[in-house]
Write a new protein. Structure first.
Length: 220
């Protein structure tokens, strides 16, 4: 199922989803005004399928995905109108990425730069760039990897703040980002701001309940 969010932040009632039931996927914007869900797991089956979302919020049927079946990955927009899926696990941690064109076409695997990990988060920053952060390599990490406006992923940057996994991230202020919450393995409510140059700040004690496995997005 899906739940649409209005430009006033109002969440709509359940809409029966189209496509294969699964968990642990990732999603991002593409094309300036559309979205894409991709990958995931159901039972013992990993998937690389995607489902496109129209600019009216309609989710399309399954499209056979390109690239390695996996889950526990992250995704974000970059370059104004494109997207990128990155990292995840097949059962073993991976660092590969898959670019998404402004037409919603997912490219083949690109061997990722940086440490293989899963259950991380990603968001846009700087208007046209992206950042992957935190995650699980077998233990919690706080490293980040920047994504250029050409979709090139940089090598590991030692992250600022508490190592954790299962955080969430989103863009704010048109050109900045924020990572929040997660598990260390105890749940936390801290946040880390991302400047419009991709610099991650130190921990800010979070507001609200300590938690992980959440989601985040920008609105309005």
């Amino acid at each position: 199922m899906t739940n649409l969010v209005s430009n006033a932040g109002v969440v709509a009632t359940d809409v029966t989803g189209v496509g294969t039931v699964r968990q642990g996927p990732a999603a991002c914007e593409y094309g300036g005004d559309k979205g894409i869900f991709g990958y995931g797991v159901a039972g013992a089956s990993n998937y690389s399928m995607t489902n496109l979302v129209s600019n009216g919020g309609v989710v399309a049927t399954d499209v056979t995905g390109v690239g390695t079946d996996r889950y526990g990955l992250a995704a974000c927009g970059y370059g104004d109108d494109k997207g990128i899926f990155g990292y995840g696990t097949t059962g073993s941690k991976v660092s590969m990425t898959n670019l998404v064109s402004n037409g919603g076409v997912v490219a083949t695997d690109v061997t990722g730069v940086g440490t293989a990990r899963s259950t991380l988060a990603a968001c846009e920053y700087g208007g046209d760039k992206g950042i992957f952060g935190y995650g699980d390599t077998g233990s919690a990490v706080s490293m980040t990897n920047l994504v250029s406006n050409g979709g090139v992923v940089t090598s590991d940057v030692t992250g600022v703040g508490t190592a954790r996994y299962y955080p969430a991230a989103c863009m704010y202020g048109e050109d900045k980002g924020i990572f929040g919450y997660g598990k260390t393995p105890t749940y936390v409510s801290m946040t880390n701001l991302v400047s419009n140059a991709g610099v991650v700040t130190s921990d800010v004690t979070g507001v609200g309940t300590d938690r992980g496995y959440l989601g985040a997005c920008s609105f309005n």
